[in-house]
Ligand binder design. Sequence first.
Ligand code: GAR
Length: 189
Amino acid sequence: MKNIAIFASGSGTNAENIARYFAGSKTVNVAVVLSNNKKVKVHERVNRLGIPSFAFTRDEFAEGKPVIDKLAGYKVDLIVLAGFMNKIPDTLLKAFPGKIINIHPALLPKYGGKGMYGMHVHEAVTGAGEKESGITIHYINEQYDEGEIIFQATCPVLPSDAPEDVAAKVHALEYEHYPPVIERLLTGR
Ligand code: GAR
């Protein structure tokens, strides 16, 4: 059994979707969810499914050790960022080399980097008159949104689309593709 930890900062619909996908799996277990905010909805979403969740302060995340110790307690094989808005500190990168992945709500290398998260991304995409957007699943390295790309999928952007419309299309792609990509990475299937 491979254990994953999901990091999420907000609503956590992706975290819940991943947890539901692996509920009952014999190969992948969502062991724990970590957040940088104790008040956000992701806790309720995953606790309902029997998955423990914890919140760490910005300083604890930046230091790394409290987070690494918590992950060690769950024998985590892969860290899955799903709407996690904090930078991953070097200590955590070194403790989990090549074992941290992220989903970005656009087609990297476009619309990545500092400040490009959540609705800001979709506002930039519609503002630039792009004809398509999508998702990028990638490894995390020291730079924002620059790690090796694992998977991309696209969706059309219509001239009449508001940022919220693009967000809905991108979320649908995330729900469809993130869990099976995680499964493939961990099991080769
Ligand atoms: C998702 O669209 C995810 O791709 C994005 O935040 C949203 C979280 O939604 N992540 C980033 O922008 C990271 N740079 P959720 O909380 O409902 O899963």
